[in-house]
Design a protein around this ligand. Sequence first.
Ligand SMILES: [Ca+2]
Ligand SMILES: [Ca+2]
Ligand SMILES: [Ca+2]
Length: 275
Amino acid sequence: MRYRSVAVAIAIFLGATIGDARDTLKGVPYDFGGQGRQAPPPFDVRFADVTKESGIDFKHESSPTPQKYLIETMGGGVAVLDFDNDGWLDVFFTNGAPLSAPMAADARPLKSDRFANRLYRNNHDGTFADVTRAARVDGVGTGGYGMGVAIGDYDNDGFDDVYVTAYDRNTLYRNDGHGHFADVTARAGVAAGGWSVSAAFFDYDNDGSLDLIVTRYVEWSFARDDYCGARRPGYREYCHRHHRWPHIANTTQVLTTRVWFLSGIWRNRGIWCWR
Ligand SMILES: [Ca+2]
Ligand SMILES: [Ca+2]
Ligand SMILES: [Ca+2]
């Protein structure tokens, strides 16, 4: 009798479970445990492409060359932030830099107007205005070949600041709270160098000031633009100078698993002092 009771109990439980699941799938309200809670209504959210109407006309410029430099193959970063604290989200994009074929071994890519980073201010009506020049975040004349972007209020003044990663030189832009940014990279000592890709602000020592972590990709430069694999027009394979696997097709996997390395963590010791 004991086992029969258990079997009946299991059958009832399974039946109840199946029944509940069917009711939920049908969108039938269900009272969870008699507490008056009901299943949520069917999820029917759809997205519309409003890019054209929004006025956001940014186009990433990779500057493709016959050499097919490895940095050309990377996309740019994007951040959504409220840089003017008006309660509406604005958008920032990173961009590449002009390359030629070939580049000098010691070349350092410098941005021109076509390769400017872009900042779009939210107009509160579904449209955005390009305020890059006024905000002084285009990176023209400096900036390197842009990769990622991190947002954080590192000086605790209530306005979000911007950190852009790039090949050759990263940039920290301080928000002055009046619609402008200043390049404070040298003073802050966070240029990093090499090929930086990802970055994030976080308070690793819990002292109330945001610190910065930056990761780099591979040891690469125009002088170390190693060529691996088959050579034929319009085609290129990549490898790291210390790890040559010409028969591995998925070179991205090789690069990310073997030579990914950390650039550094900068501890914020005050507004202008990072170590
Ligand atoms: Ca805003
Ligand atoms: Ca700030
Ligand atoms: Ca800290």
